[in-house]
Design a protein around this ligand. Sequence first.
Ligand SMILES: [Zn+2]
Length: 299
Amino acid sequence: MNAPARADFGPVTVYFGEKTGKYPDGNQVVVHGSDTLAVFDTPQVANRVGADVDDADLVILGHVHEDHVAGLHRLPRATVHAHEADLEAVRSWDGLSRHYGYPPEVLVGLRKKIERDFHYVPRPDAIGYSDGATWDLGGVRVRALHMPGHTAGHCVLLVEPQGVAFIGDIDLSSFGPYYGDATSSLAQFRRTLARVEDVPARVWITSHHKGVITERPAFLEAVRAFAARIDERERRVLDLLAERPRTLDELVACRVMYKPEADELWIDSAERRCISQHLDELVAAARVSAGPDGVYRRT
Ligand SMILES: [Zn+2]
């Protein structure tokens, strides 16, 4: 296996996963302080980096999902930090199960999959952090900016003073924002997308696919295109209900977030969570009505 491609920004190194970190891989960020070697998340590519990951003293998780903890098994002695709202998800399988919120039969299959593909191990020793937490690594500092929505604890990790922002699963992909888990929130993701433009950065690194952006206009354009996927999903829900009134189950079967050919274990659960949040917004705005029969209609 070839060494992963890399890019350097002062003390920050990015190791790119397969296809610039397209899921199930991701991009590995490493920060070289004079006192402390820190890594942000540990995607699958962490297993191919070598000493820059294997010698890490500190793991700062921007959020907790299977594809961001795939290298933790290599680092039993490193200190692991996660935002307090994602902390239980890294500490135990029960915590991760509640984080996803999928039905038991999906979770059984998912656990097998993530043990096999993501070397999953829980970290009961993980430590919680809150918004604004900082880590001084020696000549370079990391600041956590709580930007929830993808998960309840999702954070941007900003390297100062260089202004390198790891924006994680605000991944600017063509898929668009993911808010399909129990602890995801569409409303929070909307607010996060309005705020992320204000992060004082000059380099933006995503976990997946987009990789690195170094020009502010390109970043702003990518954020707006990413946010527009939310509006497109809302439009699809409205169009499906314009064809005829439908139940949530029927809308899930039509799919709003995923393509028809996608076949991951959790898709129906994620679609249900995604669509129900859109329906809640549309009902609150009186654009859709919810009947006592569980049927949704355009108003
Ligand atoms: Zn994620």
